[in-house]
Design a protein around this ligand. Structure first.
Ligand code: SF4
Length: 324
């Protein structure tokens, strides 16, 4: 169990994420899944899954980690953010009682007997299920499976260090570079997410995603700031920009593909690998940053490795940071 502090009157302080919830007896934290039971922090939803499926690794999205492979993907309930545009709100913003339960050993076995490179913790926010994810990831690694975290990055540095030790790859959802957006729209804060990205960058195969929402986080200045930040860590970090569509509490119009394509061009001024998702063009191919040849051709989830040879561009010999 992640570290907690007992406070007077039976209350406890959860220190897993920057919310630092003070939780009274019988109550849950903001994430809805971590609960004070008799003065002890418990995870009553340990092993409760909302979804499981075999997915292309590109769906996470991870484009530079075992391209063309498939991964056994599992989701949970609950989240420590309150995004009004959440595309998975039916599992992130509620907990369904009586859902299917599993345990780490069964989950690892299920992944191992499929044609999967490992396990992806995804769909809703996995870090609030920290103990289950950590237990499963340790077991999966012992079996030679890869662990992939798809997260909002809202976790404190100490538990993050323990989790990242067992992760091989991560995609972090960087929702904006505007602290006000994080505070007002999401009910969180930006700085811890940036700190998590900095922490994860040298430890795992890291990719970052921003869902572009018209009028909310779509200025060139904001995408430029994100690209500057990522480039300061490494210009090789793959960056995904994707189109939003109206859902949950947002009625903002869907993102025009041209907007995402233009913002991708802005990000490419600083980053070597920028991908525009859901735009109906071929902006998801991986090109060599030195000579421009197509290294990996993507048509939906059909993947062809066309110009890579042992981690280098087969045309010009440039080193290409792709794992697997
Ligand atoms: S993990 Fe949940 S209970 Fe713990 S601080 Fe974050 S939101 Fe609160």
């Amino acid at each position: 169990m992640s570290k907690t502090y007992k406070i007077a009157d039976g209350k406890i302080r959860c220190t897993l994420c920057p919310h630092g919830c003070l939780i009274g007896e019988g109550a849950s934290g903001i994430c809805r899944v971590r609960k004070n039971v008799n003065g002890t922090l418990s995870l009553p939803y340990y092993g409760v899954l909302s979804a499981q499926a075999m997915d292309p690794i590109e769906k996470k999205p991870l484009f530079h980690f075992y391209p063309g492979s498939r991964i056994f993907s599992v989701g949970f309930y609950g989240c420590n953010f309150r995004c009004p545009f959440c595309q998975n709100y039916h599992i992130s913003q509620q907990v369904v009682e009586g859902a299917a339960m599993t345990d780490p050993a069964r989950l690892v076995e299920a992944a191992a007997c499929r044609d999967s490179i490992g396990i992806a913790y995804t769909y809703s926010e996995p870090v609030v299920h920290y103990e289950f994810v950590l237990d499963t990831a340790k077991l999966a690694r012992r079996q030679g499976l890869k662990n992939v975290l798809v997260t909002n990055g809202y976790i404190n540095p100490d538990p993050a260090a323990d989790l990242l030790e067992y992760m091989d790859a991560a995609n972090v959802d960087l929702k904006s570079f505007n602290p006000d957006f994080y505070r007002k729209e999401i009910k969180g804060s930006l700085d811890p997410v940036l700190a998590f990205i900095e922490q994860a960058a040298p430890l795992v195969s890291l990719e970052v995603t921003t869902l572009v929402i018209p009028g909310k986080n779509d200025s060139e200045a904001e995408i430029q700031a994100i690209a500057d930040f990522l480039a300061s860590l490494s210009p090789d970090i793959p960056y995904h920009l994707s189109c939003y569509y109206p859902t949950y509490k947002y009625a903002v119009e869907a993102t025009p593909p041209d907007l995402v394509l233009r913002l991708a061009e802005v990000a490419r001024e600083k980053l070597h690998y920028v991908y525009a998702g859901n735009v109906g063009t071929y902006e998801t191919d991986t090109l060599c940053p030195e000579c421009g040849v197509v290294l990996i051709k993507r048509r939906g989830y059909s993947i062809q490795i066309t110009g890579l040879s042992e981690g280098t561009c087969s045309n010009c010999g440039a080193t290409v940071p792709i794992v697997g």
